[in-house]
Design a protein around this ligand. Sequence first.
Ligand SMILES: Nc1ncnc2c1ncn2[C@@H]1O[C@H](COP(=O)(O)OP(=O)(O)OP(=O)(O)O)[C@@H](O)[C@H]1O
Length: 952
Amino acid sequence: MSSVSAPQMNGPEELKRSNSAFESSVNINSEVEAKQRALLIEWLNSILPNLNFPIKASDEELRACLIDGTVLCQILKRLKPASVDEANYSYNSSMSRSGKIARFLTTLGKLGISRFEMSDLEKGSMKPVINCLLNLRAEYITGGDIRPLTSISTKSGSRQGDVSSPASLSPLFGEERRKVSSDSQFQRGLRSPVMSEPSTALLHHVGHKFHEVFQLKQGRYSDLPAAKITEMMKSTSLDHLLLQNAPTQSLLSVVNGILDESVDRKNGEIPHVSYRRKYEFSFKALTTLTVLQVYTMEAYAHLLPHMDIFFVLGEKENISSDIAFVVQRVACLLRKVVQEIERRISTQADHLRTQNNLFKTREEKYQSRIRVLEALASGTGEETEIVMNQLQQIKTEKSKLEEKKKLEDDDVAKLMKEKDQQMLENLALKQELEMAKKTYELRCLQRETEYKGANSGFEERIKELEHLLQVSRNKVRELEANSDSKYQRWSRKESIYQSFMDLQHGALRELRFSSDSIKQEISKAQKSHADDLYCLGVRLKALAGAAENYHAVLAENRRLFNEVQDLKGNIRVYCRIRPFLPGQTKKQTTIEYIGENGELIFGNPSKPGKDGQRMFKFNKVFGPDATQAEVFSDTQPLIRSVLDGYNVCIFAYGQTGSGKTYTMHLVFWILAICFLDLHTLGIMSTSQPNGLAVPDASMHPVTSTEDVLELMDIGLKNRAIGATALNERSSRSHSVVTVHVRGKDLKTGIPLHGNLHLVDLAGSERVDRSEATGDRLKEAQHINKSLSALGDVIFALAQKSPHVPYRNSKLTQVLQSSLGGQAKTLMLVQLNPDVNSYSESLSTLKFAERVSGVELGAARSSKEGRDVRELMEQVASLKDTIAKKDDEIERLQLLKDLKNVYPGVNSEKRGLNTFRTVNLTERNRKGPLDYECLVGLHLLQGLAKWGLKLEM
Ligand SMILES: Nc1ncnc2c1ncn2[C@@H]1O[C@H](COP(=O)(O)OP(=O)(O)OP(=O)(O)O)[C@@H](O)[C@H]1O
């Protein structure tokens, strides 16, 4: 550095030139870019003559030229045809744009030339593209002639006579033509009066150097020895520049170039925008060398923080030492520039001081001359005075001019200051504006994105809403149509209802009127009705009393009728119809009608109509629903007459399985005293001393119900029972229970003796139906024979035949006293309603009909001394009583008819039908006779105990 001579500053002229250079350097980058672009276009035109691209084309025009990749391919084809063959590519129109560009970039990569991105060619700044192509140019060109890229390594072999190369090579940079060429350009730039001109060349040159350095970093760096780098850095033209005593602005341009290159080559890793802005700002503001120093230092200070990036990259690629070297070299260069600038500033200061001294000396010289002239002037008289005056005038003018000049200088300085300040403010404002613009753009972008997002959402929403609106409009239309139609309907209905209401109101008025009149009528009717009701109540009371009497009279009538029957001596016949048994499936009945007064219509199912019907009449017919109690209540008076000393015989007759035992069962269990199994009896004697018709029969005194039951058990065990096809437990024998009652009339002391025969006959059966065989057949034949004998006896009695064949069977012998004497006889005819038993039932009914016609003669009690006349009188009085009762019945019948007209009177009927349980003990005490009849008492008490109710 000591060898560098001080720069020759030509005072204000140099300063003015510096100022203009500073101003022009504000646009240095754009100018540099324009020149680089022009250089590139010039080169392109030279290697591709057909291109003929305008030199002053803009970035965008250049982009349009290069973007389809064809020109790039042509460049490659021109520069490196081998690459086309190697890759076997054909650069023709069929290849896609991106394919061509990619190929170009690949080839660049192979050549170790830093590439641009595809996006750089498509949009944004074209600077990376231009730099890349300039690098390509720098790799091989010498003045528009093609140097094959394969010979890049042998740079010394490049052609002489490049347009850009100087005539003579610099002694410092003479090793490589390319470098010499660049350096020569630089030197030429230094000699140029325009400051920007050499700076462009310098920038390009220094940029090229840095490009090499950074290109090594990207690709071949590791292959390059450190010594080579040192050599490269040493070979920079900066030292030369300093040695050439280049203007300060040139130095600054060099620094600018170094910084630009370093920043550009950092691939955007360094925030060069802010750095450059600050740099430019400082650059523009530099009006003095002091400021220049500040700028340089600041630029350097800005560069330093980014240097660590080199180290980071270096560490990554194990090249830290080399990078560090590069950075140190850069720092060294910058330091040199700074030192040079400092030196020049101090030199300028010295120069200014020297000039100042010179001006002062000159001023003193002029002053002394003035003084000499004054002295001369004072000694010459008038002329002198005139001269003096003139001199004085000149002096005044001069001082005025000096003052004016001073003022103007002050004004100029002030204006300069203001101008600088204004510029600073402008820059600050521009910066702010830029920032604001960018922020605004960013916000605009954000807003636009948001707006787009929101807009699409809104559009969808609007569509939905429009759809909904449409739907709701349709609905509204429908609803309107509906409501219209409804409104019309309703208005029609309203008018109808209105007229209806009017009618109704009219009708209501009429109704009210008629209701009032009806109310009056009703109150009248109520009054008369109450009167009628009162009368009716009175009548009803009378009727109730009469009805009660009627039933009492009816009962009495029946009793009297029975008594008449008894007096007549007829055998009473009660018919009982068995219900269908649970197992019977065919439920076709032969019984067609059962009357209250003993009528029975028996029908033949095979002969429907009146032909198949036959009517029978008995004393009483019990239907299938009749209970045991009902049957017993009708037979009970007959049993009671035993206590009056009468002989009573009750026997059940009917086919097998028709219910004989069922009916007699209850009576047997209570009344039996002696139980004779006729089947086991031997020959009977009719005149036994004990009054029994059956020999071997024993008499057992009983004092309680238990005694009777015990005797019954013995009898049942002795009775022969067997199963037939018609009855599972068929009684295979006749059974007779005889109750002997002995008593005494307490008034007269006359002894009384009555017998009760309860006879359960064995069932009559058709042998073919009962499927009896063997012993059963013999039994059946025997039974049928005895029954037939009974039939013969009955027939003889009915015919009033002089001979009654009692002796034909044991049965008829046992029943002789009951059938032939003055006994009260009741035959219970049992019927099976099943149609299969039609013929048996018919013969049973015929037999019963014959029996009912048998007159046994008037029954007589054993009360001795009662003669016939007395009995006849009794009959006569009874007939009278009956006649009276008949009258009474007629009267009551009338009342009954009246009651049917007024059914409300029925509540009284219940009292008439009430059953009363017989208090036998009390009755016996009140009765005409007081019996020592324990058996009868127990018998009836037993009935009461079993809950039987007897209608009295
Ligand atoms: N009124 C009735 N109510 C309910 N079941 C009855 C009635 N009459 C008879 N039966 C039933 O019919 C079946 C036959 O009755 P029962 O043995 O009394 O006949 P039967 O005439 O004595 O026969 P058999 O001459 O063969 O001894 C029995 O199972 C009995 O319980």
